[in-house]
Design a protein. Structure first.
Ligand SMILES: Nc1nc2c(c(=O)[nH]1)N=C([C@H](O)[C@H](O)COP(=O)(O)OP(=O)(O)OP(=O)(O)O)CN2
Length: 166
């Protein structure tokens, strides 16, 4: 039905939409200890019915999201733009300083993220932006928004929602 004014939503969650990563955030002038989370990811896409009566193909959305999760899985999440961390790199390693602490990470074990802190909020934003970049290869003219949720633990989740086609 063309000119449809009803908003619809598709959602993908669970399964392999997860990543297990190490991180620490800085907050309140402090830096957490290095620790890990089994992060869960959900994606919601809103829009009208497009071709074949789909808002967007679940299977494509899952594949794209899984690929992004895979790039984060079993890595240290390094926020490249954290003003409280001093970073230095060589071809093989990242060196991270905070006050008296110094970490050395093999480069192959690091996900280099263009964010200022590896909070669930920023991770949701990062994944959402990555997903939008991947979606440029598809017809998304019927979509109005995309939202990504990142769950640090079953009790705590952060969401980021982006309006599309504005
Ligand atoms: N809004 C947000 N708040 C907090 C975030 C975040 O990303 N967004 N992150 C953290 C820390 O990363 C912290 O590691 C959260 O882990 P958690 O296991 O919940 O910490 P606790 O040890 O305090 O919780 P327990 O339930 O006792 O394990 C903090 N806040």
């Amino acid at each position: 039905m063309s000119g449809e004014r009803i908003a619809r939503k598709v959602k993908i969650e669970g399964g392999y939409l997860n990543f297990s990563s190490a991180h620490f955030i800085t907050y309140g002038g402090k830096c957490e200890r290095l620790h890990g989370h089994n992060y869960g990811v959900l994606v919601e896409v809103e829009g009208t019915l497009g071709e074949d009566m789909l808002v967007f193909d679940f299977t494509v959305l899952k594949r794209l999201t899984k690929e992004i999760c895979k790039r984060l899985d079993h890595r240290f999440l390094l926020p490249l733009h954290n003003p409280h961390l001093q970073l230095a790199s060589t071809e093989d390693e990242w060196e991270v300083h905070f006050a008296g602490k110094r970490y050395i990470f093999p480069r192959a074990d690091v996900a280099e993220l263009p964010i200022d802190n590896s909070t669930a909020e920023r991770l949701a934003e990062y994944i959402c932006n990555e997903l939008c970049r991947e979606l440029r290869a598809f017809n998304t003219s019927n979509l109005s928004s995309i939202m990504v949720g990142v769950e640090e633990a079953p009790t705590q989740m952060a969401y980021y929602k982006l309006s599309l086609n504005e």
